[in-house]
Design a protein around this ligand. Structure first.
Ligand SMILES: [Zn+2]
Length: 324
């Protein structure tokens, strides 16, 4: 993986603390999904574990080798199940922190998606943070740190990861250096709000191409070249939550353009965008369309009759555009 330059500020902030002999016991790594929180953690943790260095992991000591194997006894990782971090998971941490480290100076616990802790888990975690073990460091990865209890936040330092707007040209270069076409990069960045790994994954996985095809199909459908049934039949199986989110984001880009934004050129030249903007009240229209997609999002994982559901949504979408 190429060097993720946008992580440098956070890396330097961390190293600065280590150099001053400060070792925080609670660290919140906060940023959007796909911004590189795990990559930052993957930079910090090996150095902490290494027996030979506090700036770069040597890769050869016993502790480094255990970490590379993914089974380091001084590292515990907790991740949500069914979108909840539960209290039993946090109690594991308490037990883990009781013992002294086996083969490094630290005991490191990582909670993925910490913003998904329920109340009892958050209270249990607070107890851990109130009496932290001397050797322990707890990393909370979060996409929404404001969802964490203020009493948890106040006991942690925060490493925020984001790509500054001024770094977008450098981010384009970074993506293009990984064999991505300039047109794909121009299309995907505004769609994924400039979040690097999310953008990369949308291109590599084919989601971007599929979304473009879907929007082109929508234009043909609205112009009467395809029937509702044929359109729903084609899309109901391959349509995923990711497509729906991207479709919403596309609508917002078209809306933002009306309000004076300009770097969405790729999406504005689509036929569907022109149909959306033909309406005198296109901002209202786009908001209604997003409500329609939101309805699909809410029902998507529970609804068995996906084709019928999509037919109905597409029909309403067409009515909205044609009748306003
Ligand atoms: Zn080492």
């Amino acid at each position: 993986m190429m060097d993720m330059f946008w992580l440098n500020d956070a890396k330097q902030a961390w190293q600065g603390m280590i150099n001053k002999g400060i070792k925080p016991q609670g660290v919140i790594i906060n940023g959007a999904q796909g911004v590189g929180k795990q990559a930052l953690l993957g930079h910090i943790v090996p150095v902490m574990l290494c027996a030979n260095s506090n700036e770069q992991a040597c890769g050869t000591c016993q502790s480094c080798r255990l970490n590379q194997s993914g089974h380091h006894p001084d590292v515990l990782t907790v991740a949500p199940e069914n979108n909840v971090v539960k209290v039993a998971m946090i109690r594991q941490l308490t037990d883990f922190f009781v013992s002294t480290p086996h083969c490094s100076e630290h005991k490191i616990a990582v909670i993925h998606q910490a913003h998904l802790m329920n109340t009892s888990a958050a209270n249990a975690l607070l107890k851990v943070l109130e009496e932290p073990p001397a050797s322990g460091t707890l990393f909370l990865l979060s996409e929404a740190k404001h969802h964490l209890l203020p009493t948890i936040r106040s006991r942690c330092i925060s490493l925020d990861v984001a790509v500054k707007h001024t770094a977008i040209p450098a981010l384009k270069d970074w993506l293009m250096a990984q064999n991505m076409a300039a047109s794909d990069v121009d299309a995907v960045l505004p769609l994924m709000a400039g979040v690097p790994l999310a953008a990369k994954s949308a291109v590599v996985s084919g989601l971007l191409t599929e979304l473009k095809q879907f929007l082109d199909d929508c234009a043909a459908y609205i112009e009467g070249q395809v029937s509702t049934v044929a359109m729903a039949k084609k899309w109901h199986e391959q349509m995923s939550m990711e497509h729906l989110m991207m479709w919403q984001q596309y609508n917002l880009l078209v809306l933002k353009h009306r309000q004076g934004s300009s770097d969405h050129a790729y999406w504005l030249q689509l036929k569907l965008s022109k149909l959306l903007k033909k309406q005198s009240q296109s901002a209202d229209l786009i908001i209604k369309v997003n409500e329609l997609i939101q309805g699909l999002v809410l029902k998507f994982n529970t609804q068995l009759k996906k084709q019928l559901m999509l037919e109905s949504a597409l029909f309403q979408f067409k009515e909205l555009i044609l009748k306003g």
